[in-house]
Design a protein around this ligand. Structure first.
Ligand code: GDP
Length: 373
């Protein structure tokens, strides 16, 4: 295998020895390919077992990606003349942020792409969202030349984005697409390729995190290329404590409905069995919750909440965390116009100042930010 043939789906080097590792392919299949028994004009057929299963049966076999490996790929960008497209999932902005991204990419220009705009309520204005995202990224020390909001999987590579790429391609012949797993990198790249060259879909996309394992270079012209990088997996996201079959409660694929609640003091809202929020306010308040529509939001009395949780976890309260675990409680003071975000799950917007107590599985991150919507 010294030719270094890679899987068209994930970019891993093929190997025929370890089915549990990236790039595994049956020796006979590879042999047929190398012997020209299958058409080399049709490289889409040469997928590793993992990508093959993903494409044909929607199955996932998780493969761990070393974070140092990821950092090595990213830090190589600093030495190149590259335009960096930094993808953010608009439904999970904090979970999409990559620590130290500015350091990795050196002086190269960065365009922030807020993807999956279609899952937010239709009433939300895209330019407002872009302004908000640019400000939030600025707080993380990221100075983007531009911030664009779009929906890659709705066939929308974004006129503005394509123009931006056009403007830079002369001076920056490589386009690096970076982002955490599942933000839609492969989907966006497919759209860009389609728009720039008229080619069809060549990169594996899936609903499961962790599909792209290594750098994939896709030439656009003789001098220019677009590069897909592996997505780092954020360990503090809710997806890590939920079984993949329950991702349908976490990852929206269509417009989420804003759910508004009027709350009295002493009330609690459960987010399925994945966490709950006690409201310690004295007056009535109103909140709006943005979660996957399937996720059960249940309001009850705080004083009865532990009994209710014990009886209803996995029944009324769906989904449930994968295994019994420790819970962490945190008291948070919230101001009007702020969101309390549960990483990888969703957020609650507050119109009044109040204090809450948030209960989450240990290891799942939360944050408070200026309201996204
Ligand atoms: P990657 O891991 O960053 O390469 O992400 P993929 O391109 O594989 O996409 C991850 C998941 O997000 C897939 O299920 C895509 O269909 C979905 N996805 C990508 N773009 C969009 C979008 O604009 N809107 C919605 N609703 N889903 C998207």
């Amino acid at each position: 295998l010294d030719e270094g043939i890679t899987c068209i789906g994930c970019g891993s080097l093929f190997q025929t020895t370890d089915p549990d590792q990236a790039g595994y392919i049956k020796a006979s299949k590879l042999h047929d390919y190398l012997a020209g028994l299958t058409s080399p004009d049709d490289p889409i057929d040469l997928l590793c077992e993992r990508c093959f299963k993903l494409r044909h049966y929607n199955q996932i076999q998780p493969v761990a990606l070393e974070s140092s490996h990821f950092q090595k790929i990213l830090s190589a960008i600093a030495d190149k003349k590259a335009l960096v497209l930094y993808l953010i999932d608009l439904f999970d902005v904090s979970g999409s942020m990559i620590n130290g991204i500015s350091r990795f990419i050196g002086n190269n220009p960065i365009v922030i792409v807020g993807n999956k705009a279609d899952v937010l309520p239709k009433s939300v204005k895209k330019h407002k969202l872009a302004d908000w995202l640019q400000r939030e990224a600025g707080k993380q020390g990221i100075q983007a030349v531009r911030t664009i909001v779009l929906s890659a999987d709705k066939g929308d590579a974004g006129e503005t984005l394509l123009n931006e790429i056009d403007d830079y391609l002369d001076r920056y012949p490589e386009i690096y697409v970076v982002g955490v797993t599942n933000v839609g990198k492969s989907t966006l790249i497919n759209q860009i390729i389609k728009a720039l060259s008229g080619k069809g879909s060549v990169i594996t996309t899936s609903r499961f995190p962790g599909t792209t394992l290594d750098r994939i270079v896709i030439p656009l012209t003789e001098k220019t290329a677009i590069i897909d990088t592996p997505g780092i997996i954020h360990a503090s996201q809710m997806t890590h404590v939920v079984s993949p079959k329950d991702y349908k409660y976490l990852l929206p694929n269509k417009e989420i409905k804003a759910r508004t609640f009027q709350l009295q003091s002493g009330q609690t809202i459960f987010f399925g069995s994945l966490g709950w929020m006690d409201f310690l306010n004295r007056q009535n308040i109103s909140i709006t919750a943005y979660f996957e529509n399937n996720l059960m939001l249940h309001r009850g009395k705080t004083e009865k909440s532990s009994d209710f949780f014990r009886l209803q976890a996995g029944k009324t309260l769906l989904p449930i965390t994968e295994s019994a675990m420790d819970w962490i409680s945190q008291e948070i003071k919230v101001l009007p116009g702020q969101d309390v975000v549960i990483s990888g799950l969703g957020w609650v917007t507050f119109r009044n100042s109040t204090t809450i107590r948030l209960h989450l599985p240990k290891g799942v991150a939360f944050s408070v930010r200026q309201a996204e919507i």
